[in-house]
Design a binder for this molecule. Sequence first.
Ligand code: SF4
Ligand code: SF4
Length: 313
Amino acid sequence: MNLKDFKIANHLTTIFRHIVQIIAFILINYIILELIFSINLISFERLFKILPILNSPRNPISTGAGILEYIFFSIIEGIIPIFLLGVFILVILFTNRFFCGWICPIGAIQDACAAIPTNKRTLKISTHNSLLKIKYVIIIFLIILLIPLGIVYSTNISFYIEFRNNLGDFGDNPLSYFSLSEYIFVFFPDLVKEIFQEASLGPLFTNFLVFFISIFYLILIVLSVWYPRVYCRYFCPFAALSSTISDYSFLKLSRSPVRCVGRTECGICEKVCPKQIRILDEPFEFFTGKGECNYCLKCREACPYKAINIKIG
Ligand code: SF4
Ligand code: SF4
């Protein structure tokens, strides 16, 4: 086996994962299919609406860019989204955060940035652990603010209207400022359209929050070149909710105490992990990195002693 074949064989999982990510990216943003093949898929839009993960940015009936966006949107409309919540919990129970590593288009964008050859950096453990809490603060803030809005919908409609009006854009698209997928696939295309229609950058500056969020997300995407998955790690509301269920999932990773030679002798798995998970501090029996693991399987692929395995059940 020559060196090139050896490198390919050693990265087969990552190559396969990137192929899946590209296919998922195109399917989720089916406007790309329309552009490539000059076809009109508008008749399928109701299907895409039912499958909230599949949603085009130009979908006129869109109210969000992903399942969590739909869940929050339903809540502020006074609907308890039992079906969507059930789907969300079941998906995490059966596949853990596989979606984050293999399907999520925002993950794919960050992985594409991280593929730019640079020296990857890690944060101090204490800083990393503190930053991990940001996404939980975001989700708690959203729950505290939006669930009462859903409750008053059926008890006091005039208060509801006033409450929602006071929230402005935030009341119409609750996750637009906090979800990068909502921003990139719904909010940003609308902003670009306005900029083109007005032939000026004015729409970017009319609202301080829009300007701030646009700069903030741009910085995060640039940072993901050196700090892989920086948005997923610290800011993603989907990550916050799914990581709380992750430990109960039937899909996990395990590390063989017989094969693994430890951090001093090796430690390669921790070096390649894009989520900066301290794999070697996790239990052998199973690990999820406290819910942070997204099943990219880079650690498994890189382990020279084949010590990391997928565990089902
Ligand atoms: S790469 Fe494998 S052998 Fe090396 S420390 Fe990690 S699990 Fe252990
Ligand atoms: S622990 Fe392994 S599978 Fe999980 S995110 Fe890190 S490298 Fe990927």
